[in-house]
Design a protein around this ligand. Structure first.
Ligand SMILES: [Zn+2]
Length: 377
């Protein structure tokens, strides 16, 4: 019961830390540092800006075996709206569930991994490979924490058996997800008084010709056996400044979900070819394109020893793909297989009334202990 209460308290405090873009991750990093210190585990908080932070901890071993790197993220998306049954950052417990933004994505996974590591250390188990724990900043926005960790530590990490990401998969072993390419495309015009529109170039009209063209455009790619198709969706548009001014710019935001091996450069050059075609038809057409976010797709070989042993440790018969992305691809350069496996239903992430079943977090603690013992003893 001791651990049950401690684990729930940790989860509650992490939710209350309200690690949105505005509030940053530092408070949550300090909570985890205090928690690990109770088992004598040394942590390092790497903080920057006003309140951004990564936390890393390392449990050293005799290094006869490859280590395990646990990668979590501290940040959460905004609560979004007033419709929560329980306040979004209170961490209220009700009927075996803990409610709150981040409960499922991914403070439940953090609480489980931290508790598992503490219990392994408290048990005095002799480890033959290191445990490295990272709780990173900014996964939901620009992966700044993961990129910073790789920049500063990739050269000094021990050999790794694998990377485990405790994101919510409802205990499926996930080895693949699509990548993200977010683009901002701006059509340019020339401002003029709207009583004399012929003296200007209407950027919204230019954008319309581009949108018509994009209606018939499909990104070149081969469907993937686990991940299906590459997708593209135009999700934002803005243009014009005043009702009586011919608009000189109009922008759209395009969300493209990419497949493993797909070249971002190729997608951008195909779009630039469309711009060139439109400019040929109408010399006044002008547009620019910029990348606002890019994350590679993840594809871990499901047949490698690590994934097979992982599946047998947690009793899974197959690996799966998921619709969301993670920081996983940033760790591919380390050369170790990356597996996503954690408590909670992924479909509750980023929604109102997000919650996690306490029993799932407890189950995850047991799974992570089994995984640590399987690979590191
Ligand atoms: Zn997440």
């Amino acid at each position: 019961m001791y651990n049950h209460v401690v684990m729930k308290e940790l989860l509650r405090k992490l939710i209350q830390a309200e690690t949105t873009v505005q509030r940053g991750e530092l408070a949550a990093a300090e909570i985890i540092s205090d928690e690990l210190a109770r088992s004598g585990i040394d942590c390092r908080i790497d903080s920057w800006g006003r309140n951004r932070a990564n936390l890393t901890a390392k449990i050293n071993s005799v290094e006869q075996k490859g280590g395990l790197l646990f990668v979590c993220h501290l940040d959460v998306v905004a609560a979004g709206g007033q419709g929560w049954t329980h306040p979004a950052f209170a961490g209220i417990e009700s009927e075996g569930k803990v409610y709150g933004r981040g409960s499922v994505d991914m403070k439940g996974g953090i609480a489980a991994a931290v508790t598992a590591i503490r219990q392994i250390v408290d048990s005095g188990a002799k480890l033959e490979g290191d445990i490295i724990f990272l709780a990173a900043a900014g996964e939901e926005t620009d992966s700044c924490g993961a990129r910073r960790f790789i920049r500063d530590h990739s050269g000094s990490l021990p050999k790794l058996a694998g990377v485990v990401i405790p994101e919510p998969t409802d205990f499926e072993v996930v080895t693949a997800h699509r990548g993200i390419l977010w683009l901002e495309v701006t059509a340019f015009g020339k401002a003029a008084h709207s009583s004399t529109p012929k003296l200007g170039i209407n950027a919204i009209a230019s954008m319309k010709t581009l949108l018509d063209e994009l209606d018939n455009y499909k990104i070149r790619s081969q469907p993937h056996k686990l991940l299906g198709e590459c997708s593209m969706s135009i999700n934002t548009i803005s243009g014009g400044r005043e009702i009586n001014v011919v608009p000189d710019s109009c922008s759209i935001g395009i969300d493209i979900r990419t497949l493993p091996g797909q070249q971002f450069k190729e997608i951008i050059s195909d779009l630039k070819k469309i711009f060139a075609k439109l400019k040929q038809k109408n010399p006044q057409f002008a547009a620019s394109i910029s990348i606002t976010r890019q994350v590679d797709a993840l594809e871990t070989d499901s047949n490698c020893d690590f994934v097979r042993d992982f599946c047998s440790a947690v009793g899974a018969s197959a690996t799966k793909a998921v619709g969301f992305t993670t920081d996983g691809p940033h760790f591919s350069p380390l050369g170790a297989p990356v597996v996503i496996f954690g408590p909670g239903k992924p479909q509750l992430a980023h929604k109102q009334d997000e919650y996690i079943d306490i029993a799932d977090v407890e189950k995850a603690v047991e799974h992570y202990k089994k995984i640590i013992l399987k690979f590191l003893t």
